[in-house]
Design a protein around this ligand. Structure first.
Ligand SMILES: [Zn+2]
Length: 175
């Protein structure tokens, strides 16, 4: 797949990705893409449904999910999603390379790697909502999800997430 090298490159510089999950569907800023007349862009809601379908889970089995266009100032600019302590909600950042790739799929629910990544990010963030801030547990849940979806060890997406995990856990130890 064409995007893999770019993905690996981008992921390598990501110190504190902090993905998390939910399902509020508050956004419609990306509908504009469908009106542009050239390339249609799938709505954020459609992309989310594609990812949930991979997981075999309905939206209401996750905490509420809110789409935001860009990471807030206190969140890593590389983040794909995040949660707030004490809030049962997952924020998904629609400007991330992963999400953009899913939105620009030629076919509905195309770009399987981006959707698998999104699905795994949702599971990661859901883990935080349920269990708290421990990154080792959240990444373990994410990697298990990737393997379940067919992108296990040896797959570039799995490698990228493993790398993010190592960098995050090393950062927590003061490196
Ligand atoms: Zn995390």
């Amino acid at each position: 797949m064409r995007g893999r090298d770019a993905d690996a490159r981008q992921r390598a510089g990501v110190p504190d990705r902090n993905p998390q999950v939910g399902c509020g569907l508050d956004s419609d800023q990306y509908r504009r893409g469908q009106l542009a007349g050239r390339l249609a862009v799938w709505t954020a809601e459609t992309v989310l449904v594609c990812a949930l379908t991979l997981l075999g889970r309905p939206a209401d089995s996750f905490p509420p999910i809110t789409f935001i266009n860009e990471p807030p100032a206190d969140v890593s600019r590389y983040a794909e999603a995040f949660v707030r302590t004490g809030e049962r909600r997952i924020y998904v950042i629609t400007s991330s390379w992963m999400f953009q790739r899913a939105q620009n799929a030629t076919f509905q629910c195309g770009e399987h790697q981006a959707l698998r990544k999104l699905a795994s990010v949702l599971v990661h963030e859901e883990w935080h909502v349920t269990h708290g801030g421990d990154e080792a547990g959240a990444y373990a849940a994410q990697l298990i999800t990737l393997a379940y979806l067919g992108s296990g060890p040896g797959h570039p997406t799995y490698y990228d997430v493993s790398l993010s995990m190592r960098m995050t856990l090393q950062g927590r130890k003061g490196r």
